[in-house]
Design a protein around this ligand. Structure first.
Ligand code: RFL
Ligand code: PHB
Length: 389
């Protein structure tokens, strides 16, 4: 088989890249390790920056998001000093869209089906070859048969545990990492959201977040020790702990119900540089991971896709190599801004096991300053709604 761009991974990065390239007349083949059903069953991010919203519209898959997504003008923060709201629209003129990653992925699959794109599922043992030369190729197994795809470029959109990043020699790569000493226990429930907007709560017992998917689907998280397992948390125990950490104004009226998904995710910040090696381009979680506190993971995948789609369209349709030459630097500049913001949200809102009384006072002062200062709220609003790309 021959294609211009072989895309490894059918997560949001791979599917959105494929969609934008196909629309511009660039051929792609997407190789995905899992089944389509598995990809569509993953519950992950829930908040889209406005630039992500606009990119999805430009890709021709924004109609359902525009009908069913919920634009939010701000969010609540709950701290030792009480509850306050940051009004994004007032501070920086922008909003975010609450629309689940599961729905984004479904819309992207539908759009890819509509234009007859090639997505191969259950592709095993994907291996990338000749990336430093002019004629890269990808080998994979499907149903016990070995296949080969010849291509001009390879996009590594295969997430943190994919094959693309490890293909870049260790001597070329530089990895930067921070692992946080706690995880998030997440619950999805068919209940009305606790509030009209998201609530980020800093509490002596640990962080909590009240989020939502729609008028009858809520997503909640609490900070838990890394040693905890899902089996340690019955639904009743989860609701009781969540209510303790949320402001009573919301906790007292909150509707609870059976969990329809429950999982624990570790938190880490990770960046691998560079994001290009020869004809291989890393995109999304394959190159970087953020802790979910700033809601940036999916949005960073979208900004990488923005830079990479423009670069590959220039190279494949006009022989213009300037975009592929600057891709890594362009993407990384924005990645590090989101890293900093996600790290700041995480360190400001969580309880760290080794937090000294001094650290505690500094954290309280940070949040107190945010509560009082227009400038601090503007900085948060600008970063939360997304720096431009
Ligand atoms: P994805 O979504 O991980 O997709 C990568 C795809 O590549 C496939 N793959 C392979 N395919 C072929 N061959 C191989 N060798 C392959 N190895 C892997 C995988 O099956 C998968 O389909 O990466 P992408 O597209 O870069 O998108 C990034 C986002 O998914 C990610 O940033 C966010 O979901 C991060 N994230 C969250 N972000 C938020 O903003 N808020 C959240 O609440 C939130 N929760 C989460 C998350 C990520 C999680 N992961 C990765 C474990 C919860 C979890 C559990
Ligand atoms: C979610 O709804 O899953 C969500 C929202 C905001 C975050 C993280 C996760 O910061």
């Amino acid at each position: 088989m021959k294609t211009q761009v072989a895309i490894i991974g059918a997560g949001p990065a791979g599917l959105l890249l494929s969609q934008l390239l196909n629309k511009a007349g660039v051929s792609t083949v997407v190789l995905e390790r899992q089944t389509r059903e598995y990809v569509l069953s993953r519950i992950r991010a829930g908040v889209l920056e406005w630039s992500t919203v606009e990119l999805l519209r430009a890709a021709g898959c924004g109609d359902r998001m525009d009908r069913e997504g919920i634009p939010h003008d701000g969010c609540y923060l709950s701290t030792a000093h009480g509850l306050f709201r940051v009004d994004f629209k007032e501070r920086c003129g922008r909003q975010v869209m609450v629309y689940g990653q599961t729905e984004v992925t479904r819309d992207l699959y539908d759009a890819q089906d509509a234009i007859g794109a090639t997505i191969i599922h259950e592709a095993a043992d994907v291996a990338l070859h000749n990336l430093g030369g002019d004629a890269p190729y990808v080998i994979y197994q499907k149903d016990g048969v070995t296949h080969r795809i010849n291509c001009d470029y390879v996009a590594g959109c295969d997430g943190f545990h994919g094959v693309s990043r490890p293909t870049i020699p260790a001597s070329v790569r530089r990895d930067y990492e921070r692992v946080y000493p706690f995880g998030w226990l997440g619950v999805l429930s068919r209940t009305p959201p606790a509030a009209d907007e998201l609530i980020y709560a800093n509490h002596p017992r640990g962080f909590a977040l009240a989020s939502m998917r729609n008028a009858n689907l809520s997503r909640y998280y609490i900070q838990v020790p890394l040693s905890d397992t899902v089996e340690d948390w019955s639904d009743d125990a989860f609701w009781a702990e969540l209510k303790r950490r949320l402001p009573s104004r919301f906790a007292d009226t909150m509707k609870t119900g059976p969990s329809i998904e429950k999982s624990i995710a570790p938190l880490r910040s990770f960046v691998s540089e560079p994001m290009r090696w020869g004809r291989l381009f890393l995109c999304g979680d394959s190159a970087h991971i953020v802790p979910p506190t700033g809601a940036k993971g999916l949005n960073l995948a979208a900004s990488d896709v923005h830079y990479l789609s423009r670069a590959l369209i220039g190279a494949c349709t006009a022989g213009d190599l300037s975009g592929i030459d600057s891709y890594s630097a362009d993407a990384l500049a924005r990645v590090w801004q989101a890293m900093r913001f996600s790290w700041w949200m995480t360190t400001s809102l969580h309880r760290f096991p080794d937090q000294s009384e001094f650290d505690q006072k500094i954290q309280e002062s940070e949040l107190d300053y945010l509560a009082r200062s227009d400038a601090a709220q503007t900085a948060m609003a600008e970063n939360y709604t997304g720096l431009p790309f």
